[in-house]
Write a protein that binds this ligand. Sequence first.
Ligand code: FES
Length: 174
Amino acid sequence: MEAFEPKIVAFCCHFCAYTAADLAGTMRLQYPANIRIIRIPCTGKVDVRILLESFEKGADGVYVAGCLEGDCHYLKGNLRAKKRVNLAKRILEDTGIGGERLEMYNMSAAMGPRFAEVAREMTEKIRKLGPSPAKKAECRAQSAERKENNRPTQSAELRAPRAKSVEAREERQA
Ligand code: FES
């Protein structure tokens, strides 16, 4: 069996975490290839729906990386994001997916090594947690649908007695 490699989505603010990721690359720092970075203008742009949809679409873990508190270019974007992440964590906990699969980090554009560290930290954590239960539920639904589609249709012989009984009932009613 293949080792589990998680898919992790990172919503990174353009001004800090994304630039830090760039710096990590320039510094040739290694971090796992499991991270899919989505550049956003500010973490304040992230809402609860987007975070939950990421899990629905197959992510095993998600994190939001914004500017340091007090340094957001849109003043309170990262504080709003923090509140939304906490709300989404509670929803994930209630639905059984697990709130620990979602995190919020703050960093400056100069923190390339921190970006690589966070990527490693998150990948290790999700590897230990295993695949997202949302993904497992979707796989079960897909295999049930596949089985349903492959089921042979009722043969004409099996349908015939039913048709006869319908005819008989109609005759009785007439
Ligand atoms: Fe970076 Fe708002 S501009 S979090």
